[in-house]
Write a protein that binds this ligand. Structure first.
Ligand SMILES: [Zn+2]
Length: 126
């Protein structure tokens, strides 16, 4: 990640976004949020996920069936902690967002499990 994206982050945001940390399940900002709007990257403000693709996965983290566009994110193989997972990053600033799993609902069967700390929700003005 570039220095310019890092300087405005809190220590907790740096831990998650830059050091690929994970926040606690159910004790994060957005896991149960049901408002209509878009979720933006906390670092660079690129929009990433829409509330229309958010679903209750029971995991305790915000979960989405898909990003707004697949071009907005990058996926990388992650073999940390002895597991094979797919890491999801913002393609603009390379901030760590979370992981994608193949046990989701919907036609693609994907579950994007994202840290609230990596996101900034913007409510849609109706
Ligand atoms: Zn970003």
């Amino acid at each position: 990640m570039k220095e310019k994206w890092l300087k405005n982050l809190t220590p907790e945001q740096k831990r998650i976004c830059y050091q690929c940390g994970t926040e606690p399940a159910f004790r994060n900002k957005y896991w149960n949020l049901k408002e209509i709007g878009t979720y933006h990257c906390i670092c660079c403000d690129q929009e990433l996920f829409s509330s229309s693709s958010k679903f209750d996965s029971g995991s305790g983290w915000p979960s989405f069936t898909n990003p707004i566009s697949s071009s907005l994110i990058e996926e990388h193989e992650d073999r940390s902690f002895g597991m094979l997972r797919t890491e999801v990053k913002c393609n603009n600033c390379k901030s760590h967002l979370g992981h994608v799993f193949d046990d989701g609902p919907g036609s693609r069967g994907l579950r994007y499990c994202i840290n609230s700390t990596s996101l900034n929700f913007k409510k849609k003005n109706l």
